[in-house]
Design a protein around this ligand. Structure first.
Ligand SMILES: *Cc1c(COP(=O)(O)O)cnc(C)c1O
Length: 392
């Protein structure tokens, strides 16, 4: 047996970073009496657009809503095909189905987990209308190559930036002067979190206006203020829309988190440094590669095991970490293996071999700003302990 000492208490995979400032901001929003969509939401939309460097931001209640609205506002629907990655969360492809279009998966680059533009090109047909790349784990998808495909084939680009609030590509933040739509998540576990929330960012005025109307039942613009002075009781329903808007309690939280983001990122990077140092030269472990023109936001810490070099499976590896009181996760269980997609399209795991192999060997380690160096070192030591015990 090794001399590794198991800690007494359970370590969560993820914890939110909530300071008194968030609590105060929520209190102020509630006390103001305006707690649905109102001035704080408008202010957050303005600040977030400024932060990423885009013209318009529509605050919504989830990234899923933003993704649905982006496709709807672009008029994508039945008969259309939309290309995306199988290494993602369900909403990326679910929302393609929600508009009545067909999700078409393109395999990934196994060094990064990002959708591979060469695989995308193979999947383009006369019915393809859009590409939905995911900035997986906080890396940026290859936007130069994907942008070129969009230009040559006349396709809409809707980026899944749920992990990418601080991600940079060619030196600019994701969302900077965007080509199409960029969809963010402010869900509890994300880098900028407000419990539940999201945003659609774009430079396209018409797309922003349409998404905004569709996000509040299809009500004519400005009706959020129909109870305020200068507001009007009269409104029109331009289209049967959805109830997707952000509201002021969310926006109050999101504003504070936006201001604290650099500091939270800096603290995540301390943990990244510890992990990378510990795993760099271990042949049984494979680290994610960061392309040179990309700044990784480190929303997730992606570790892969090399199954041929260990006597235990990935699932058993996870059990070993659990026995050492560490919560971990997997990002993602490949979407084409989920029963809803297997039933609909008859996919086999090997249909997207790289995404499947990636998904089956991946372990997401704890990565959040309140983790701290000591716990990160504990996680690193535990991983090395499991490797030492089960290496071939
Ligand atoms: C979390 C997540 C989403 C969905 O975000 P919600 O705000 O919960 O709707 C979409 N895509 C990816 C890659 C995610 O991780």
């Amino acid at each position: 047996m090794s001399d590794f000492k198991v800690r007494d208490d359970w370590m969560s995979f993820c914890l939110p970073d909530i300071s008194e400032a968030e609590v105060d901001a929520v209190g102020a929003a509630i006390r103001s009496g305006w707690w649905a969509k109102g001035p704080r939401t408008i202010e957050f939309e303005k600040r977030f657009a400024e932060y990423v460097g885009a013209k318009y931001c529509v605050g919504v209640n989830s990234c899923t809503a933003a993704q649905h609205l982006a496709l709807l506002a672009k008029g994508i629907g039945p008969g259309d095909e939309v290309i995306t990655t199988p290494l993602t969360f369900a909403s990326t492809a679910n929302t393609i189905l929600h508009v009545g279009a067909t999700p078409v998966f393109a395999d990934i680059d196994p060094d990064t987990g990002l959708i591979d533009p060469k695989e995308i090109e193979k999947k383009i047909t006369g019915k393809t209308r859009a590409i939905v790349p995911v900035h997986y784990s906080g890396l940026a998808a290859d936007l130069d190559a994907i942008g070129k495909l969009c230009d040559s084939y006349g396709l809409f680009l809707s980026e899944d930036a749920a992990h990418a609030v601080e991600t940079r590509y060619n030196g600019e933040l994701i969302g900077h002067q965007p080509k199409g739509a960029v969809c963010y998540s402010f869900y509890a576990t994300k880098n900028l979190a407000c419990g539940e929330g999201g945003a659609l960012v774009t430079n396209n005025e018409e797309l922003a206006a349409k998404a905004r109307v569709l996000s509040t039942h299809g009500m004519s613009a400005g009706s959020w203020n129909r109870y305020g002075k200068g507001g009007s009781w009269r409104y029109d329903i331009e289209e049967p829309g959805y109830k997707y808007n952000m509201f002021d309690i969310q926006a109050a939280l999101a504003q504070v988190q936006l201001a604290r983001m650099d500091d939270m990122q800096r603290r995540r990077f301390e943990a990244v440094e510890i992990y990378e140092q510990a795993f760099r030269d271990v042949p049984q472990l494979r680290l994610q590669k960061t392309p040179e023109n990309c700044h990784h936001s480190r929303h997730l810490y992606i570790l892969r095991i090399v199954p041929e070099m260990l006597t235990i499976s990935r699932d058993q590896f996870i059990e070993e970490l659990k026995m050492r009181n560490i919560g971990v996760s997997v990002h993602f269980i490949a979407l084409h293996t989920m029963s809803a997609y297997v039933k609909r399209y008859g996919f086999k795991p090997e249909d997207f071999p790289k995404a499947y192999a990636f998904s089956e060997s991946e372990i997401s380690l704890p990565m959040y700003s309140t983790l701290g160096k000591e716990k990160a070192q504990y996680v690193a030591d535990a991983v090395l302990d499991v490797v030492a015990k089960y290496k071939k």
